[in-house]
Every structure is written in structure tokens, then in C-alpha cells.
Ligand binder design. Structure first.
Ligand SMILES: [Zn+2]
Length: 267
């Protein structure tokens, strides 16, 4: 079986590290780097519509403060995992601070979605052994914070501490250019939907994880706020990718479902 995990990082708009501070900001559009949430909120509605039309569940890795700031009612039919509380680089934090962050982040999923999260993606995809070692204390069983080379077989891997890793693939395209299974360059107008469908086509067994951000449905990092026309073309591109991958026989499922249903590669 080939599983398809569409994963969405629900975090502050165009998040960016702020020098000297743990909480992330948003890219400066003339009013400083204070975090903004408008594009995250608007983009969530766009993605929920696309997912509803496709009849598929996705996994949202939700940053606590964003979850508490925007209306997140529509997330209840999807898997909701943890993505930090203030989009922290957790690899730069002490064990005590990581635990405090995880406690707040898990609490915000519980209070807004009504369920205990079991999946995790590290902000900035920055993960280390210290962070990984703490996750089970907070009920986390599945992680998707690691890149692996795109391969014919991508299986879940159970790590020594019992966490199952569902990795994000990265490879090279037909012209030899690096491509990761994050839709970022497509939203910025630098890649076509077919590039990602081709990526998925190389996976013959296991799981293909594809990732994006809600804010990227309405705001481009380089181009600023999208016009309605740009946003609608952007949404159409996401539909094309999802339909292309599902059309090849991939079965859409959440990260925990993929971890439980697929054979794993062992320790
Ligand atoms: Zn993020």
C-alpha cells in the first residue's frame, strides 16, 4: 500500500526567527516583526475547503499561540499535532524550557480541538536528541520532523525511544535541482504542481509525506499578500497536486494512521 500524508503547518504568518528572542515573529512588511495571524487564518479556510472537496483528512501541526488566536473549529475532523507554542527553535532551549513549551502547546491543542495530540513536527524542522527524548513525556507517539532521501520505499521507522518517524522526502528533479516535499516554491511561483506529483510517483511502497503552511495560501514570502486571482490559482495548484497523487492510487491518511497501518522499518 502507498499512503499519502498531506501535512499542514498551522503557524504564524511567514514565520521568521527574531534575533535574541525565543518566540518567532512574522516577516517584516513595514510594521516590524510582531507575529501576525491573518494569513494563517484565511489560508486555513481555503485549505479546509480543498480538503473537504477532496474528501480527505490531513494532519495539521499546529503552533499553540496560532491555534488559540484564530478560529480553529474546522480542524475537528482532521488530525491535529503539535508544532511548538511560539514557533520556538526547540533545539536551542534547555530541557526545562522544552518541557514548559510542550506543556503549553499540548494544552492549547486539548483546549481548542478537544483531543490530546499524538503527533509532532518541530518548528523550522529543527530536531535533536534532547527534543526527541522529551516528546514521549507529553503523549507524543509520532514525529514528522526529519528529511529522508526520496526513495522507492519509504517506511515508518520506530526510533529507540518508541517514537515512530514519518519522514518528509527530499530528492532531485529531472533537471538535477533539489526538491523537498514542501510546497513552498510552488506557492512562490517557482515550481509546478506536476513536480510534486512526479516526486510521489517515485515512491513505490510506504508513505509519501507532503507539507505546506496555511499562510502560504494567501501570502507569498517574496511577493506579499496575494491578489484574489493569485490566491485562486494557488489553491487550484494545491488541488492539482492532491488529485494527481491520489489519482496514482495513494491512500490519503493521517500521520498516526500511516504509522499504525504500514509495516515499519524497525529500529
Ligand atoms: Zn512552522
Amino acid at each position: 500500500m502507498r499512503a499519502f500524508c498531506f501535512t499542514v503547518d498551522l503557524d504564524r504568518d511567514v514565520n521568521t526567527p527574531v534575533p535574541g528572542e525565543i518566540p518567532a515573529g512574522s516577516v517584516d512588511r513595514g510594521a516590524g516583526t510582531s507575529p501576525r495571524f491573518g494569513s494563517a487564518r484565511a489560508g486555513l479556510d481555503v485549505l479546509l475547503g480543498i480538503l473537504s472537496d477532496a474528501g480527505m483528512r490531513a494532519t495539521f501541526f499546529a503552533e499553540g499561540r496560532t491555534l488559540e488566536t484564530i478560529s480553529a473549529g474546522g480542524l475537528s475532523r482532521h488530525e491535529v499535532g503539535v508544532h511548538g507554542y511560539d514557533h520556538e527553535d526547540m533545539t536551542s532551549m534547555s530541557g526545562r524550557d522544552i518541557r514548559e513549551c510542550m506543556s503549553k502547546a499540548v494544552g492549547s491543542v486539548r483546549s481548542t480541538v478537544g483531543r490530546d495530540p499524538t503527533a509532532f513536527r518541530a518548528p523550522y524542522m529543527k530536531m535533536n536528541d534532547a527534543v526527541l527524548g522529551i516528546l514521549p513525556e507529553f503523549g507524543i507517539k509520532y514525529d514528522s520532523s526529519v528529511y529522508v532521501p526520496l526513495n522507492a520505499s519509504i517506511m515508518p521507522r520506530v526510533l529507540p525511544n518508541g517514537i515512530t518517524e514519518i519522514p518528509v522526502p527530499e530528492g532531485t528533479d529531472s533537471s538535477g535541482k533539489k526538491i523537498a516535499a514542501y510546497l513552498w516554491p510552488m506557492h512562490e511561483g517557482r515550481r509546478k504542481p506536476d513536480d510534486y506529483v512526479k516526486m510521489a510517483s517515485e515512491v513505490e511502497e510506504g508513505v509519501f509525506v507532503l507539507a505546506t503552511h496555511t499562510w502560504h495560501m494567501t501570502e507569498s514570502r517574496d511577493g506579499g499578500m496575494m491578489t484574489p486571482d493569485q490566491a485562486s490559482r494557488n489553491a487550484e495548484n494545491v488541488r492539482t497536486v492532491l488529485e494527481g497523487i491520489i489519482g496514482m492510487g495513494f491512500e490519503p491518511m493521517s500521520v498516526p494512521e500511516a504509522a499504525e497501518y504500514l509495516p515499519n522499518a524497525g529500529n
